[in-house]
Design a protein around this ligand. Structure first.
Ligand SMILES: [Zn+2]
Length: 189
């Protein structure tokens, strides 16, 4: 049998990686029932064992689209870094695990944009001081909700600026993942 893979991030899903990042999902993957990509979080309509992964030739993208993709990549790295830091700062064990999984997923989103845009590497961003401002789990979770809301708004607003229907679809898929993150963070508050 051929291998199940994610058409958005390109990762292959093995029977022993099905439950990675499971804290980031409202409905979790189970053995024999994989409904989310464990790496980038997209829904099962993007998982397939035959189709080729979504390929966008970046030299067909105009300057405006590349600018949007660059911004999207930075936004995802910024959020991935935040969650990584938040996973150290949170006091509750479950919340720490949630943030760790969210960090993995956001970094994978950044890598999706990097591939589509043909960028050489992920950006190194200045790390803000979260510790003094976000000194409770509740504040960290509220910050998470704000960031997810912002990301959803970003994808919505910028989808009309990109010239490729495939990129628009990828934005929609990733935005749906962010919506799930917002719901989960909200539940923990
Ligand atoms: Zn994926």
């Amino acid at each position: 049998m051929s291998q199940l893979k994610c058409l958005i991030c390109g990762m292959k899903i093995h029977p022993n990686t099905y439950d990675l990042n499971n804290y980031s999902f409202e409905e979790k993957n189970e053995k024999g029932k994989i409904i989310n990509c464990p790496f980038c979080g997209v829904g099962k309509i993007y998982l397939d064992d035959e189709k080729g992964i979504y390929h966008v030739a970046h030299d067909t993208l105009d300057e405006e689209s590349l600018k949007v993709l660059d911004h999207a990549m930075k936004l995802e790295v910024f959020n991935g870094e935040f969650y990584k830091e938040a996973s150290y700062l949170a006091k509750d064990g479950e919340v720490r695990k949630l943030f760790k999984d969210l960090s993995n997923i956001e970094f994978m989103h950044a890598r999706v944009h990097k591939r589509i845009g043909g960028f050489k590497e992920l950006p190194k961003l200045h790390k803000p001081d979260y510790e003094s401002r976000l000194n409770t789990d509740k504040l960290l979770l509220e910050e998470a909700c704000k960031r997810e809301e912002h990301a959803i708004a970003f994808y919505k607003k910028n989808s009309v600026r990109v010239c490729s229907d495939l990129v628009k679809e990828i934005f929609k898929a990733l935005s749906d993942v962010e919506k799930q993150h917002e719901n989960i963070a909200d539940k923990y508050i």
